[in-house]
Design a protein around this ligand. Structure first.
Ligand code: ZN
Length: 190
């Protein structure tokens, strides 16, 4: 996002403030368009990132062939239907087939897809496919549990409902015991 993009967003937000009935010159919100533009730069950062840059060669040869699970990764995203936040926990697992990935890269992959407009279903799938592409593992499993502000603040106003989405590839899809092992691990208290 360049300076011209930021400038255009500022103008749009000033218009938005006027359209909803605000006084856009009121002291408290005079700099709001500028702040919102900067916030959007951050929240849409994922559009300018790609997998290679995130992974940055942190894939290593290793014989370890047991399940690797990273659970309770905080994620934040914006629903593409309402531009309202959804956020929660991501749980990611894979079974290596000769290659492992630096553990810190997994939350970064989650962030990259979160910082775009999303639906939770697609985001779940993209995380799983990315790991599958990069590692060619025996299996990948991703579960996202998200709270959606577009459900909680408007419309049905269901404050305590979570959406759970999952994507299972390879052994996690074919073998119910593998899948259950993963589901047990992510439901265990730390
Ligand atoms: Zn929505």
């Amino acid at each position: 996002m360049n300076n011209e993009n930021l400038k255009n967003i500022e103008e749009l937000i000033e218009k938005l403030l006027i359209e909803i009935g605000e006084d856009s010159h009121r002291e408290g919100i005079i700099r709001t368009p500028n702040r919102v533009a900067k916030a959007w730069k951050f929240l849409s950062k994922g559009y300018g990132q790609d997998l290679d840059e995130i992974i940055n060669n942190a894939v290593f040869k290793e014989d370890y062939d047991e399940m690797v699970t990273i659970k309770d990764i905080d994620f934040f995203s914006l629903c593409e239907h309402h531009l309202l936040p959804f956020f929660g926990k991501a749980h990611v697992a894979y079974i290596p087939d000769g290659k492992i990935i630096g553990l810190s890269k997994v939350p970064r992959i989650v962030d990259m897809y979160g910082r775009r407009l999303q639906v939770q279903e697609r985001m779940t799938h993209q995380i799983a496919e990315s790991l599958n592409d990069v590692l060619s593992p025996k299996g990948v499993a991703v579960v996202l549990e998200g709270e959606h502000m577009c459900m909680q603040m408007r419309g049905v106003e269901k404050q305590n409902s979570y959406a759970t989405t999952s994507s299972m590839i390879g052994l996690f899809r074919r073998d119910s015991r593998t899948r259950e092992e993963f589901l047990n691990i992510i439901s265990m208290k730390k």
